[in-house]
Write a protein that binds this ligand. Structure first.
Ligand code: ADP
Length: 497
């Protein structure tokens, strides 16, 4: 009887399930979008019950597609949108409020307040994060403050908190297991990533009772078993990691200095730093990497807000291209951008600049500029932003990049990947399977159940689909980068007035 591993990939806009075989090949995949709830400007919510029902439905659908029973699934790995916050009643399983999504800005004021109370440095040091409304802590506090009776019920031990992994595991086990993994805990802004425990000082500041927080474990181990009402009885739930950390694992970046960059709506670059938690001096976050053993492992993370979204804007806003892949055709019709640069700071700039007031800028336009140059400048801007994050990572870690593994929708663009290799002067490697997030969750689960023996066996599955070698001269590269940094200065200067 063939056996498989199931990955539940609970993302921001859809729930997906992928069933993999031992070679890391996709055997079945099902996906379902769910509702985005915008009650007010800047607020984003999901219905936790819809998260659960859509996830369960796609899992059942994928099993039916492949014609497999519960006994043929060796384990389930979970990967999820990070930071999104759910609070529910321990006895009834009823959420007390919608899930507050990572994108939601409703608690920005709480973060400003926290800075005034001198907590900024304490949080930075203990959690590795730059305090922001993005992380779970202020979202939990908001629910306890604003949903009538919740604060008292939480202190009485009646309510539970969880990120999406915790919520799914709790439902899969019908309330038997309340657990999260290190990677998800490290995004709550309540977890001490050095001592590996919830931090009382921060929890007290937010008036969050520790009793509602889940137990924290390694990312690869058997947490519990599915209940008979969910997918059939007894499938081990054996792995969990936040989406970006799962992708790092799925790309087989297990050693210090190994880096992956995901080119989606934005870009998320993570560098494995081994057993060392490096505090960034260059605007990056310190976060936990998925760990299979008892010892903690760490990563540096840099996020770029607008990457593939710049291509989307050319398609939908500017109507310059009919589809995202067409961007490559236009970009390669010209030799360069004719001296033009685009800085797509539509919503401020992330790492390493962290300026929320910067705005999109195009500089160096001359009469000869055409649509082709414009499209090329947009693609190049993705590579330049990545180059800035990479430079910050090398500075912080003192490690030189060996090669850059890539994934995500826009990594399919060969022009972009070649330009990326040129501008960072490093080889870029794109794997056969770009579903690295789900694959990472599958690997974590499969290692815990013995489906895969060890990381070496998993490494054999990483097959290269394309390799891009740097071919640009130093002088040319330095000239281009200098132009880019001048363009960034313009985008930042616009914000200062
Ligand atoms: P997410 O998971 O963030 O939704 P995906 O990994 O699905 O993102 O990638 C989608 C993004 O990649 C979109 O913003 C799209 O504009 C961009 N994209 C997709 N294909 C290409 C391509 N061939 N060239 C450039 N950009 C692309």
């Amino acid at each position: 009887m063939n056996r498989y591993i199931m990955a539940l990939d609970q993302g921001t806009t859809s729930s997906r399930c992928i069933i993999f075989d031992k070679g890391g090949n996709i055997c079945a995949m099902a996906q379902k979008e769910f509702s985005q709830i915008y009650q007010r400007p800047g607020w984003v919510e999901h219905n936790p019950k819809e998260i659960w029902s859509s996830q369960l439905a796609v899992a059942a659908e994928a099993m039916a597609m492949l014609g497999v029973e519960a006994q043929q699934i060796s384990g389930i790995g979970i990967t999820n949108q990070r930071e999104t916050t759910i609070v529910w009643d321990k006895n009834t399983g009823e959420p007390v409020y919608n899930a507050i999504v990572w994108q939601c800005r409703r608690t920005s004021d709480k973060i400003e307040e926290l800075k005034k109370h001198g907590l900024y440095e304490i949080i930075r040091q203990k959690t590795g994060l730059i305090p922001d409304a993005y992380f779970s802590a202020s979202k939990i506090a908001w629910i306890l403050e604003n949903v009538p009776g919740c604060r008292e019920r939480a202190w009485a031990g009646e309510l539970l908190f969880g990120t999406v992994d915790t919520w799914l595991i709790w439902n899969l086990t019908k309330g038997a297991v309340h657990i999260t993994d290190y990677t998800n805990a490290s995004r709550t802004m309540l977890f001490d990533i050095h001592k590996l425990c919830w931090d009382k000082e921060i929890a007290d500041y937010f008036n969050i009772p520790m009793i509602m927080l889940p137990k924290v474990c390694a990312s690869s181990r058997i947490y519990g078993y599915t209940d008979s009402t969910a997918l059939g009885e007894g499938i081990p739930i054996a792995g969990a990691a936040g989406d970006q950390q799962a992708a790092l694992f799925g790309q087989c970046c297990f050693e210090p200095g190994e880096v992956k960059n995901t080119y989606g709506t934005g870009c998320f670059m993570l560098m494995h730093t081994g057993k060392e938690a490096i505090t960034s001096k260059a605007g990056l976050l310190t976060t936990m990497a998925a760990c299979t053993g008892s010892q903690a492992e760490y990563a540096l993370e840099g996020s770029v807000f607008v990457a593939g979204a710049a291509v989307q804007w050319l398609r939908d806003g500017m109507r310059m291209i009919s589809s995202a892949p067409k961007s490559q055709e236009y970009a390669t019709q010209v030799e360069d951008t004719a001296g033009m640069y685009m800085v797509p700071a539509f919503a401020g700039m992330g790492a390493p600049y962290w300026n929320q007031y910067a705005r999109g800028t195009v500089v160096g336009i001359t009469r000869g500029c055409t649509k082709e140059h414009f499209v090329r400048a947009a693609l190049e801007s993705i590579a330049y932003q990545t180059a800035d994050v990479l430079e910050a990572m090398e500075k912080d870690s003192g490690m030189e990049l060996k090669s850059l593994k890539v994934d995500g929708g826009a990594s399919a663009n060969d022009f972009l990947m070649q330009f990326q290799a040129d501008i960072v002067n490093t080889q870029v490697r794109r794997p056969e399977c770009i579903e690295t997030t789900a694959l990472g969750a599958a690997y974590l689960a499969g290692l815990a159940t013995g489906y895969w023996r060890d990381k070496n066996e998993i490494r054999q599955n990483w097959q290269m689909a394309a390799q891009f070698d740097p071919g640009m001269g130093n002088e040319e590269r330095e000239k281009l980068l200098k132009g880019w940094h001048r363009a960034v200065k313009c985008a930042l200067a616009w914000a200062q007035e």
